[in-house]
Design a protein around this ligand. Structure first.
Ligand code: GLA
Ligand code: ZN
Length: 669
């Protein structure tokens, strides 16, 4: 791959195939903007195989060659995300069945059964041909497998596959009945054939079934993807990726990482309108995802899609204000991306996405967006030595999909919303306000190498999580565990005994009850007299308030109101050579900044930059010898930087004196 950041994005020129002049016009614009990479073929199946078994790669071949002549690299997609009409008409089994057992009609995209042998076979044949034709083309640099895998199918083929998957997992139906507690409501299954996927017209209140179904959907999707990968690998060694989505609840992406050479994801934040227009929260929320995707493989990832202007599917097609495009793009780079790629290079002239932002619009003229992209291209070339470097975080926060499925699928303790993401964002902001890098990891990710590990609302402990958390603290790590952790096992059965399961002695306390506060209702966390962190302020608690009985821990904050007044809202306990902190509720944002500021030195983590005001973030990429520090300001006003921040450092981009709103400083340290 090239020494420069990959800069470009999705390009679907088959829409103007009969207008070669447009292609040439686009190429001129690509050069003006410094575009060096395009993603082709994402939705081209109907052109590649106009009739069953008749392949026609002439246009694709022409475009790849044309890009090559212009020095532009190609990320080549397998087109399985949308199928041609002939396929659905001849083989209805390729179409999805919904959870209420209705077979879908042809239409939309991602509307296929990932179990169907016919679909798998047609995709295999096409992918193999693509591999043979283009797997060695000089300017093709990677395979983009399908597009945003997602959704589920409840057809008879999928039911069978699900039953087989359960058979392997449980061994016997008796074991499944026991683990799921099917004695409840007399739902004992006589054999695996009794099992049906969750349905609104059938079983939809069995949380263990729902959880295993979601796991199966991930398993089957990964299996489908692996077959696609095998097919493109037939004649090609190029690296493979698939583009993933923001906080997507339908799949557990942690299970995809091993099958891929590098991770990529599609990033569409609501700049200007999200979180009441608070850019700091948008930036933090976005950064959580960058860190999550980076942590999947602990190496550089690709920003595969982002919108250069305004999306057409969000509530507001809000234009990116001048500067936002650059800040958002460099945020991905600061967190470990080796690319800045957009959806899309040129607007469709009709169809669902005709109003979706693009670098080149239907006027074909040079626009504001294009000018900003041109400047961004220059900036990326200025910082190109950063490419390939990694982020080495010493703090991690757990964001575990399976646990969230189970927690969010359970009836209680707060069906009006558990606010996991909000809680996570507050914690993340608190950590980042200390000027440190943070990994966002699954609970099965190794913990060694971290000095601080935050475990927010980890409802499900599986695969010995409690043991690994215990060892982490015993070995000198700083562990922070919040409310509603260690409740249930991998089948969503409640653990007997003290909770958080297996950690009561580590935390020096155990949970007795959890109270749901209605929207708008709050409690207060007030400093415990003589608390070890020297906390002096009171903070608002909302959403959930856990009540715990202390054994060996000492309180840091205590509830100020209600019948559990005086019970710990935060506590600290020494364990082995480490320390375990407990937070009992969702506290206001400011708490997390104060809390982490008071413990960070004790964790032994050296901040990248300390003393950051709200909205200014610092991150660091390293190539083993050199460190590249990124500072970004997502607040609404300019920040004057302390002269010590970059003194003696080589400035790569931006000013070391002042960081404008949405400005970025990059220096070598
Ligand atoms: C997704 C898809 C693209 C396009 C964009 C629009 O990320 O992968 O094909 O639909 O959304 O935002
Ligand atoms: Zn199916």
């Amino acid at each position: 791959m090239s020494a420069e950041f990959h800069f470009g994005g999705d390009y679907n020129p088959e829409q103007w195939m009969d207008h070669p002049d447009i292609l040439e016009e686009d190429i001129r614009h690509f050069h003006r903007m410094g575009i060096n990479t395009v993603t082709l073929n994402v939705f081209s199946w109907a052109f590649l195989e106009p009739e069953e078994g008749r392949y026609d790669f002439s246009f694709l071949s022409f475009v790849i060659k044309r890009m090559g002549e212009e020095g532009i690299s190609v990320i080549l997609a397998t087109p399985s995300g949308a199928r041609p009409k002939w396929l659905a008409a001849k083989y209805p089994e390729v179409l999805r069945v919904t959870d209420d057992r209705r077979r879908m009609l042809f239409g939309e995209r991602h509307n296929h059964c990932y179990t169907s042998p016919v679909y798998r076979e047609k995709v295999r044949l096409l992918n193999e041909r693509l591999s043979e034709e283009f797997g060695h083309a000089e300017n093709v640099i990677a395979w983009h497998i399908s597009n945003e895998y997602g959704g589920e199918c409840h057809c008879p083929l999928c039911q069978d596959a699900f039953r087989n998957w359960l058979r392997k997992r449980y061994g016997s139906i008796e074991e499944l009945n026991r683990r799921w507690n099917n004695a409840f409501w007399s739902h004992i299954c006589r054999s695996f054939d009794d099992i049906e996927s969750p349905s609104p017209i059938g079983e939809h209140k069995n949380p263990s079934l729902a959880l295993d179904w979601k796991r199966f959907v991930t398993y089957q999707t990964v299996d489908f993807m692996s077959e696609e990968i095998k097919a493109v690998r037939k004649y090609s060694e190029l690296p493979v990726t698939t583009n993933m989505m923001y906080d997507y609840d339908g799949l557990d992406y942690s299970r995809f990482a091993d099958s891929l050479d590098f991770i990529s994801w599609d990033n569409y934040p609501s700049w200007g309108t999200g979180f009441g227009g608070d850019g700091v929260l948008v930036a933090a929320d976005n950064a959580i995802e960058h860190d999550y995707f980076r942590s999947l493989k602990n190496k550089p990832f690709f920003l595969m899609e982002s919108c250069p202007a305004a999306t057409n599917w969000q509530p507001y097609s809000h234009l990116k204000r001048p500067g936002v495009l650059e800040a958002a793009s460099l945020e991905a780079v600061a967190h470990g991306s080796d690319s800045v790629l957009f959806f899309q290079m040129r607007n469709s002239y009709a169809g669902y996405e005709k109003f979706h932002g693009a670098l080149i619009d239907n006027s074909g003229r040079c626009t504001r967006v294009m000018k900003e992209a041109e400047e961004l291209g220059k900036k990326l070339r200025m910082i190109s030595r950063v490419k390939g470097s990694i982020v080495h975080a010493e703090a991690a926060v757990i964001n575990d999909r399976e646990s969230r499925w189970a927690m969010e699928g359970a009836a209680g303790p707060r069906n009006a919303g558990l606010h996991f993401r909000d809680n996570l964002r507050r914690i993340y902001l608190g950590l980042r306000s200390c000027g440190i890098d943070v990994d966002v990891i699954d609970s099965e990710h190794p913990f060694d190498g971290y000095k601080l590990l935050v475990v927010p609302m980890l409802y499900m402990f599986r695969s010995g999580a409690e043991q690994r958390l215990r060892e982490f603290a015993a070995d000198g790590g700083t562990l922070v565990v919040t409310h509603w952790s260690g409740v249930a096992d991998e089948c969503d059965a409640v653990y007997p005994g003290l909770s958080p399961h297996g950690l009561a002695d580590v935390l020096g306390l155990y949970r007795t009850e959890i109270d749901a506060l209605a929207d708008g209702k709050t409690n207060t966390a007030v400093p415990a007299a003589g608390n070890k962190l020297g906390m002096k302020r009171s903070y608002e608690c909302s959403v959930l308030a856990e009540v715990a009985e202390l054994t060996s821990a000492s309180p840091v904050l205590v509830y100020g109101d209600d019948f559990y007044k005086g019970y710990p809202a935060a506590a600290v306990n020494s364990y082995g050579s480490g320390r375990a902190y407990y937070i009992a509720s969702m506290l206001e944002e400011g708490f997390y900044a104060d809390f982490f500021a008071s413990i960070i030195a004790g964790c032994g983590i050296e901040p990248v930059v300390s003393g950051l005001p709200r909205g200014v973030f610092a991150s660091r990429r390293t190539d083993g010898e050199k460190n590249f520090v990124f500072m970004q300001n997502f607040s609404a006003s300019e920040v004057i930087l302390d002269s010590s921040v970059a003194s003696g450092c080589r400035i790569i981009a931006g000013s070391p004196e002042r960081l404008p709103s949405y400005g970025t400083l990059v220096f070598e340290k």
